[in-house]
Design a protein around this ligand. Structure first.
Ligand SMILES: Cc1cc2nc3c(=O)[nH]c(=O)nc-3n(C[C@H](O)[C@H](O)[C@H](O)COP(=O)(O)OP(=O)(O)OC[C@H]3O[C@@H](n4cnc5c(N)ncnc54)[C@H](O)[C@@H]3O)c2cc1C
Length: 483
């Protein structure tokens, strides 16, 4: 779905990317070394240095569209902030450096919208300034808390105070030494209608009666600040610490969770992208960089081989795009343009592999023409140094048609594996660098045979069974030297 980001959003995104490059990545090792020293509840001092730098550059409190004008922050819309949180998700502490870390983000949101003047002065101000951290206490061990109407902690009015009794867990970050305040959800009126029984209230962490209990790990890991149990025993807080009206807790929880889910999901995407980069050995981009214009930049940074495939759009419109006067020349020209774009994005030409995209906006006659003119595709119409070519050989529709039953019924995909092996062998003999297939062993054998044949032709003859230089023994279908 095409999203329309604002100019300001795009500019901030670019600034955040620069900030990560200049300040965050170079300090990753230092952060983890300091964390090791101070422990999971401590505060690595590098964070304060980086926060000062982020504030100086105006990269601060980016997530609050409704922030009052007198507060420091950028007020991006949720839409503009989403790709920023994707970037921040790449490094565990980056969000905190820009004062955009959960659960403070959601907590600041609701303090900003529903807090009394006292609460804002005491807790929102230092949170917005990045001086303290906070926790959100909703989930309880005794009830199914994914449905917030089940929450049982009691919040009872007693004169100028509310008194809290109950038990929470998974209050993320509550163990951290900088965590000074908790937002607690409970029931203030158990007899009201189902969604009006709950309230939310601000509880300073050092209030008598608040204690931290066991700290459940997540997948065996102890996160910074933990996700601990918090016991609230006769905890008294001033009545003006209630957020909004009595009975508005459920509605506030929904207001908080909406943007919070977007932030979490986008950060998770950032984590996944970084994990992919860390593990990627080759990027096979079947859109040739068209579907995701960021892809070539990412590949350039990871310095892995990049397969640029000829692609004219998604499968639903592929058949109508299979129109060519001279398929070999046109595919080469389009690949040439894609190569220019990706090299301008920083991809090293020596790492580029071409894929003419058999079957992608191609009819049978187009596929055959490309297969029989691999050298022209490889040299993109005359380059001195040809690019390696990858052939997507697996179970192509044109093979199914070629091997159709006498009544014209095409061979089903799964029955085309032998034909794929033939295509692989012939492509390897014609100098293809690699074939993309489903059944690797048979195709790897085909590549070995094709390679042996080629060498025998070159040498005039070849002793049977003797491995020769350049022959793969690993079962990989690679046949060439570059990249
Ligand atoms: C890393 C981490 C950090 C967290 N941080 C916080 C935090 O800061 N603050 C906080 O308050 N909470 C936090 N949580 C808790 C989280 O919000 C809850 O775990 C979540 O809301 C689910 O609640 P639950 O654990 O009680 O599971 P349950 O509600 O018991 O749900 C368990 C399963 O049962 C299903 N289920 C529940 N009720 C029904 C039903 N009636 N019918 C059918 N299926 C049902 C659910 O869909 C789910 O699949 C955190 C959790 C994790 C893992």
């Amino acid at each position: 779905m095409p999203y329309q980001f604002s100019d300001e959003g795009l500019a901030i995104h670019a600034e955040v990317r620069r900030f990560l490059d200049e300040y965050i990545y170079p300090n990753e090792q230092r952060y983890y070394a300091e964390l090791e020293e101070v422990g999971p509840d401590g505060y690595p001092s590098v964070l304060d240095e980086l926060k000062a730098e982020a504030m100086l550059r105006g990269l601060w409190n980016l997530f609050l569209p409704d922030l009052a004008p007198d507060h420091l922050g950028v007020r991006l819309s949720n839409l503009d902030y989403a790709p920023v949180s994707e970037l921040l998700g790449r490094i565990s502490f980056a969000s905190e450096v820009l004062n955009c870390a959960a659960p403070d983000t959601g907590n600041m949101e609701i303090l900003n919208l529903y807090g009394s003047g006292t609460v804002k002065a005491q807790w929102l101000e230092p949170l917005l300034a990045g001086e303290i951290r906070s926790a959100f206490s909703m989930t309880e061990p005794d009830v199914a808390s994914s449905d917030a109407t089940n929450i049982g902690l009691s919040i009872e009015r007693d004169g100028r105070y509310y008194v809290l009794n109950g038990r929470k867990w998974f209050s993320s970050g509550a163990r951290a030494e900088r965590c000074k305040v908790l937002i607690v959800m409970g029931k203030s009126n158990p007899t009201a209608s189902r969604h009006l029984q709950q309230s939310m209230i601000v509880v300073p962490k050092d209030t008598p009666g608040v204690s931290v209990g066991l700290d459940p790990h997540v997948f065996g890991y102890a996160d910074r600040g933990g996700h601990p149990e918090i016991i609230y025993h006769d905890v008294r807080v001033p009545a003006d610490h209630l957020l909004g009206e009595e009975g508005s807790g459920f509605a506030i929880s929904q207001a908080r969770l909406g943007p919070g889910r977007i932030h979490h999901c986008m950060r998770s995407i950032g984590v996944a992208e970084r994990a992919l980069e860390a593990g990627a050995r080759l990027v096979n981009d079947v859109s040739g960089g068209l579907a995701d214009p960021q892809m070539p930049r990412l590949v350039a940074a990871t310095r892995v081989p990049y397969v640029v495939m000829h692609w004219r759009g998604h499968s639903h419109s592929m058949d109508s795009r299979a129109v060519y006067q001279d398929v070999v020349a046109e595919v080469s020209e389009e690949l040439c343009r894609r190569v220019e774009v990706v090299t301008q994005a920083g991809v090293d030409p020596a790492m580029i592999v071409l894929d003419p995209g058999l079957g992608f906006a191609k009819r049978a006659e187009h596929n055959w023409a490309l297969l029989t003119h691999l050298h022209e595709v490889s040299s993109l119409g005359g380059r001195a140094r040809p690019f390696p070519v990858l052939i997507g050989a697996s179970r192509k529709r044109f093979l199914g048609r070629l091997l159709a039953a006498p009544d014209g019924t095409p061979r089903p995909f799964a029955g085309s594996d032998d034909a794929t092996v033939s295509v692989t062998a012939l492509a390897a003999a014609a100098g293809a660098w690699c074939a993309r297939v489903h059944q690797v062993p048979g195709n790897a054998d085909a590549v070995r045979v094709a390679e042996a044949w080629r060498q025998a032709v070159r040498a005039g003859t070849r002793p049977a069974g003797e491995a020769q230089a350049g022959e793969t023994e690993t079962g990989e279908t690679q046949t060439g030297e570059r990249p």
